[in-house]
Design a binder for this molecule. Sequence first.
Ligand code: PMP
Length: 427
Amino acid sequence: MSDLYARHRKVLPDWLALYYADPLEITHGEGRHVWDAEGNRYLDFFGGILTTMTAHALPEVTKAVSEQAGRIIHTSTLYLNRPMVELAERIAQLSGIPDARVFFTTSGTEANDTALLLATTYRRSNTVLAMRNSYHGRSFSAVGITGNRGWSPTSLSPLQTLYVHGGVRTRGPYASLGDDEFIAACVDDLEDLLGHTRPPAALIAEPIQGVGGFTSPPDGLYAAFRQVLKERGILWIADEVQTGWGRTGDHFWGWQAHAQNGPPDMLTFAKGIGNGMSIGGVVARAEIMNCLDANSISTFGGTQITMAAGLANIAYLLEHDLQGNARRVGGLLIERLRAVAAQVPGVREVRGRGLMIGVELVRPGTHEADPQAASAVLEAARADGLLLGKGGGHNTSALRIAPPLTLTVAEAEEGAAILERALRGIQ
Ligand code: PMP
């Protein structure tokens, strides 16, 4: 055990999840690569979803942040803040939500917490619909809507949460259904739940579940839910913390794959938008955003340094068409990994969109999740210079691939070759 790991174990909580038997200390990064304390270099196939949406140490963001840090201003939302207004305008216009207002937070958890405050106040209901297998953050309210029990450490939430089906169909009776039948079964399940409860405030859902293992709901699933919700005045909150900003390739937001019945009433964002600086937030229709009848304030939400990072990052993302890059390079990577999957019996499925790709591992010849195999592949890939993520339901049997959006074709091929070796090695 390294000295730092020993100190970590002594002073930090036991429940703080750490990857790898010998946990990694990353000291710096550049582009799509990071280096550990021993000087080993890794191709980063996971950091894109954690914080580094675009690239490690992206010069444009570094410059914007250091310039702003050089003229740091003591501030909070009590004063006018030009970069905050500019980033809010940008995000409102990109959001697809009509008459959009934006509120900035410092994390995805706080963004979802705010969305819940708005939805429950607007609808005067503390009943909330969430998805089985979902992850929405770590605060008292966010764990109360997190269906993935591995990440929801208390059942004492004041919210009345009902869990809807539809995120996952890797196993069980839903696995054999085609898209239309699956959607119909999930809508039926939703209607059944609504028959048993007081009118809920909202349904909160990740368009593709992140921590849940990069699930692949069929296009139109949430549109079908939306129809049912609309008829009853129930709000739809899209948690875009992992799926936003073009990562899914075909769309800028995850909800756009489900848009037939209109945009969500609110969306939440966080993680990579600051390319390492902590920005989260909520976009909501004005009438919902403005439903609170007492003042609010945020000391760190929307600080100039983080807003400067967000503005520089979005400008880079749009100028370099990183959504298009996610579609092209992600498409190649999915194709390449599907070819490997066809030859490796323990790979049940390669799913995904753009640069958000899940690889589901099972005990060969069964549909049984294989979390040991997922851990073994993670370790083997690390030893070979590639960082991956893991996710899934009650046991984490999916590998998660979410590189920075600037990933090149050569890097995609290099990563796929390492992953292929790791997958073949565990069979
Ligand atoms: N929503 C989703 C979909 C997430 O994946 C996460 C983080 N894993 C969160 C919310 C919480 O974000 P944060 O860790 O910034 O609080």
